[in-house]
Design a protein around this ligand. Structure first.
Ligand code: SF4
Length: 306
């Protein structure tokens, strides 16, 4: 297999581009796609500001931190920080927190940990014992989102970067299509407007596939935690992961088309006025309804990711 650009040995084939790339041209492609997304998604009002990376210790968020740090921390007025959400999942999260901390230390990036136990007084391991028919991600997803926002606010950040790749985003689009939830599609990250109480979420990996992210981490020798959450097997997202992969294999470029669809919907149906939020009457955190999703904990939030 030879590189479509220079003819040297290729390290990866990318069917949606109909290209095979050698190490040099793959790294070049990966970093320019990432850079383009950063330029499009992150716009500091006064030329400077702070971006927090929600760092799980897995491949996607580790690669996100690695590149954001290399391109943004050279700018005098820009700070890159990181935090990890500890859901309280024994044998899984403790290991990835360690890996996340090591990456931050090696890059000289400030790293904090925020936990379900300190904020909600519970852990996911305790919650799964009283799920009452819900899947673990339906309970965990809303709690995670609240803590991600809370940690980014505490770090004084203008943006919070999530390590969601092309596969993750395409799955979320299809999940929301299957629920007929247009509003939720239009509210998906990246967010260009600040909404009262919510830090803007950005997703610079959204046009890079999971396979490309793994290849990049390998070539750059970025250490990440390879383990999976023990509750992931029960997530509704698994079915959509399988469907999206099958569609992409048969029709390369479909995942990117789903991302373009989301952008199109967000552009047509969202304006800053639509995004104003109130507060949850129970806990006082930002909410579009009377109760926030954590206080409601409904099965409709079973997405495990966004
Ligand atoms: Fe929580 Fe589900 Fe993610 Fe596990 S896979 S950390 S239960 S959202």
């Amino acid at each position: 297999m030879n590189c479509s650009v220079c003819g040297k040995d290729a390290v990866i084939d990318i069917p949606y581009m109909n290209k095979r790339l050698c190490q040099v041209h793959f790294l070049d492609h990966f970093e320019s796609v990432f850079m383009k997304e950063v330029r499009q998604q992150i716009k500091f009002d006064s030329g400077g500001g702070t971006v927090s990376v929600a760092l799980s210790g897995g491949k996607d968020s580790s690669v996100t931190l690695y590149i954001l740090h290399s391109i943004l921390s050279v700018r005098r007025k820009v700070k890159v920080k990181a935090f990890t959400v500890d859901e309280g999942i024994s044998g899984y999260r403790d290991k990835s927190i360690q890996t996340a901390g090591e990456l931050c230390r090696s890059l000289g990036v400030e790293h904090t940990v925020i936990s379900y136990s300190e904020v909600f007084g519970t852990t996911m391991d305790s919650e799964v014992t009283r799920l009452r028919g819900k899947t673990p991600c339906a309970v965990c997803g809303p709690m995670r989102r609240q803590l991600i926002n809370m940690a980014a606010q505490t770090q004084g950040s203008d943006y919070v970067a999530l390590g969601l790749n092309m596969d993750d985003v395409a799955q979320s689009v299809l999940m929301n299509v299957s629920r007929g939830d247009m509003e939720r599609i239009s509210r998906m990250a990246p967010h260009s407007h600040s909404v009262n109480g919510l830090v803007r979420r950005v997703i610079p990996l959204r046009r890079l596939s999971e396979r490309e992210v793994v290849t990049y981490a390998l070539l750059k020798n970025i250490k990440y935690d390879h383990s999976w959450c023990p509750y992931y097997a029960q997530a509704q997202r698994n079915l959509f992961r399988k469907i999206v992969s099958e569609i992409e294999e048969k029709y390369p470029g479909s995942k990117l088309a789903m991302i373009r669809l989301q952008e199109d919907i967000a552009g047509r149906y969202t304006n800053p006025g639509d995004l104003s939020l109130g507060t949850c009457r129970n806990c006082g955190r930002p909410s579009s309804g009377q109760l926030c999703s954590v206080c409601m904990i409904s099965g409709e939030n079973d997405d495990g990711n966004q």
